[in-house]
Design a protein around this ligand. Structure first.
Ligand SMILES: Nc1ncnc2c1ncn2[C@@H]1O[C@H](COP(=O)(O)OP(=O)(O)OP(=O)(O)O)[C@@H](O)[C@H]1O
Ligand SMILES: [Mg+2]
Length: 146
């Protein structure tokens, strides 16, 4: 059970709680854990950077964002504290919810573990828009941590 676990992270407190729970699941079940971060670039940003959907290397703004994304993944991996052969990272570009759902499908994951809220943390709602969409459309069970 829970052989392949997908953990979407955005660097928020909520996603770090999900990482702690995924660490426990990884230890209990010997799961392969994939940390994924989706860098969301609005269409206007892509246009301004002169990118028709596929960013190229060398742009300063994009390079900074890519570095921030790598830091989020590396911090999550450090917090996960599982043996390195049990962990992988996916650094992706696109619409967060859609990209996470597509990865859960194509990667054959059998569990997604994510935070109830992310960086926006508007108290009025239990779920953020990403956890809401993923919980409705993922092809596997979704554990929403709060
Ligand atoms: N860009 C992202 N890449 C990977 N995982 C993400 C991303 N954004 C959110 N998540 C995951 O979804 C969880 C819930 O975050 P979500 O974005 O839904 O809430 P929010 O930021 O509080 O609200 P909203 O983004 O809807 O304004 C996070 O704890 C994290 O696990
Ligand atoms: Mg968010």
């Amino acid at each position: 059970m829970f052989k392949k676990v997908l953990v979407p992270v955005d660097g928020s407190r909520g996603s770090l709680k999900a990482v702690s729970m995924a660490a426990e699941i990884g230890r209990q079940f010997g799961s392969q854990v994939t940390l994924c971060h989706v860098l969301e670039l609005p269409a206007t940003t892509l246009t301004a950077l002169g990118m028709a959907g596929t960013p190229g290397a060398g742009d300063a703004g994009f390079t900074a964002m890519e570095k921030a994304a790598r830091d989020i993944l590396n911090d999550a991996q450090a917090a996960l504290a599982l043996p390195v052969e049990q962990v992988s990272q996916e650094n992706m570009l696109g619409h967060p919810a859609e990209t996470i759902i597509r990865l859960a499908e194509s990667g054959g994951y059998d569990l997604v573990v994510m935070g109830s809220r992310g960086l926006s943390e508007v108290r009025a709602f239990f779920l953020g828009s990403v956890s809401d969409k993923v919980s409705h459309h993922a092809p596997c069970p979704v554990l929403i941590v709060r």
